[in-house]
Design a protein around this ligand. Structure first.
Ligand code: AMP
Length: 471
């Protein structure tokens, strides 16, 4: 079925064409006509299904031309990255119209954000906390609102935002269209839905239970004490182009990224405690290929459209089977192949079985050849100042100030990897010149090149082999 069957304006169809969408996805087939009726909608659909276009296209269609006087559409998102992504999508879909789109998100200076708000934005995409502050400050008015979108409500609930969401809903005009999206709609979410929507059309796209065929996934049993050495061994033995390492907690992510860097890999971290500038820089650096490894928590990585990821490694087993499918689906996108490895300890065998039941498939269990499963656990590592700790502290890294407040340092960025097969690791012929090194730290274990994050990382030191195997 072509997009033209929805009866959307030609300016919108042009944008759809510019995006290269040939056919609507199932969630779009059901949601676009429902939104066009003007009725409320409750849809259970996950990210990655084309959900953003499913609500953005009919909303833009309903708005018609630009009108000053206050936002007519408000889209609430659980994270800054999603807010940015959805605002970008609205801008792209509205590029052949005169509609204005504003993004409101925490993590950027309040005053700057307040004054940057364009009076007369038709569509506002926002994270919850910052929007409430601006509403309280009378910087955002919602009296002209026609459409409210509550996106990823399950995540908002997980993140403890539901009361704020309800407060915002309470400040919207009673007469409006509300579109409510959540991956699943259990009782607690249904309660929020009842608060926000009236006489809705219900759409259920169903939980995504399958891992894309383009992804080869494997599980690696290991004792808790040898998890990190196994992660390093996997990174060493695998030809990857870009890897996301998932951890369950923010602290875990900080610890792992510090240890990975210390082992000589170029890595960055994404989690909810990092500032907006830091998160943006991490993502941009990862997308550009400057960082090979992104260590992330589920919430931060949820819904991110990262199409070039060759490998996903679940350092911690995901909390839910849905998260497993979501994490694994970060690779093998855009018809490329990818690999997903999951490390699990004997205590997590039940969770592994839960995942297998959910995806209705057994995931092969593997042992990494040449890895010593009987080795002694790694010794605590000396920190700056000679203090011994088992979990390295992220702040032990030297800091590089920058304009946006981002101050990560990459240890070993661009460093040629130790690769057993020389043919797969061609030398880098045109390495960019390295900027000056920082003064040495008291107890640094290795030299730490401190390349600016924007420095291009040309000519990777190794080639990505499709479906990258262990060597
Ligand atoms: P979303 O679920 O909105 O995050 O979308 C996931 C990815 O699917 C994004 O890269 C979209 O650009 C892409 N996408 C959305 N709709 C379509 C479509 N009809 N055809 C091809 N790609 C699409």
């Amino acid at each position: 079925m072509p997009f033209s069957r929805f009866g959307l304006y030609s300016s919108i169809l042009r944008a759809v064409q510019a995006k290269g969408y040939a056919e609507p996805t199932p969630v779009q087939v059901e949601t676009i006509p429902a939104v066009l009726t003007g009725r409320d909608v409750i849809a259970s659909a996950q990210t990655g299904t084309g959900k953003t276009a499913a609500f953005a296209l009919p909303i833009i269609n309903r708005l018609g031309p630009h009108r000053a006087g206050g936002a007519r559409v408000l889209v609430l998102e659980p994270t800054r990255e999603l807010a940015q992504q959805v605002a970008d999508a609205f801008r792209e879909f509205a590029q052949f119209t005169d509609l204005h789109v504003d993004l409101i998100q925490g993590g950027v200076g309040y005053g700057k954000q307040r004054s940057a708000l364009v009076d007369g934005a038709d569509i506002v995409v926002a994270t919850v906390g910052r929007l409430l502050e601006l509403i309280d400050d009378h910087a955002v008015k919602l009296d002209q609102l026609q459409v409210l979108v509550l996106d990823e409500v399950d995540r908002m609930l997980d993140m403890g935002f539901i009361d704020d969401v309800k407060a915002i809903v309470g400040r919207c005009p009673h007469k409006r269209q509300t579109l409510f999206f959540s991956a699943t709609i259990p009782g607690t979410i249904e309660e929020v839905a009842r608060f926000a929507v009236r006489d809705p059309i219900r759409i259920s796209i169903g939980r995504v239970r399958t891992v894309p065929a383009s992804v080869k996934h494997e599980m690696y049993p290991v004792s808790a004490a040898l998890k990190f050495p196994l992660l390093l061994a996997l990174l060493e033995k695998t030809e990857y182009r870009s890897v996301i390492v998932f951890t369950r907690t923010k602290e875990g992510a900080d610890g792992i990224v510090a240890r990975i860097k210390r082992a000589g890999h170029s890595a960055t971290v994404l989690h909810g405690d990092r500032s907006s500038g830091q998160r943006k820089a991490s993502l941009a650096g990862f997308k550009d290929g400057y960082y090979e490894i992104l260590v992330a928590t589920d919430i931060a990585a949820r819904g991110l459209d990262l199409s070039e990821v060759s490998h996903v490694i679940n350092y911690d087993i995901p909390m839910t089977p849905d998260d497993y499918v979501h994490r694994v689906g970060r690779t093998g996108r855009a018809a490329a192949s990818g690999d997903a490895f999951t490390l699990y300890t004997p205590r997590e065998t039940g969770a592994v079985q839960g995942i297998e039941r959910f995806i209705r498939a057994e995931v092969p269990k593997r042992k990494l050849e040449s890895f010593d499963y009987n080795a002694a656990p790694p010794r605590p590592e000396p920190e700056e100042g000679g203090v011994l700790t088992t979990a390295p502290r992220a702040q032990a890294q030297p800091k590089r100030p920058s304009d946006d407040g981002w101050h990560e340092t990459t240890v070993g960025a661009g460093k040629k990897k130790k690769r057993p097969v020389a043919a797969a690791a061609p030398a880098q012929p045109n390495s960019p010149p390295r900027p000056k090194q920082k003064p040495k730290q008291k107890q640094t274990q290795k030299k730490e090149p401190n390349r600016g994050f924007l420095a291009p990382k040309k000519g990777k030191s190794f080639a990505h082999r499709k479906g990258g195997q262990h060597r």
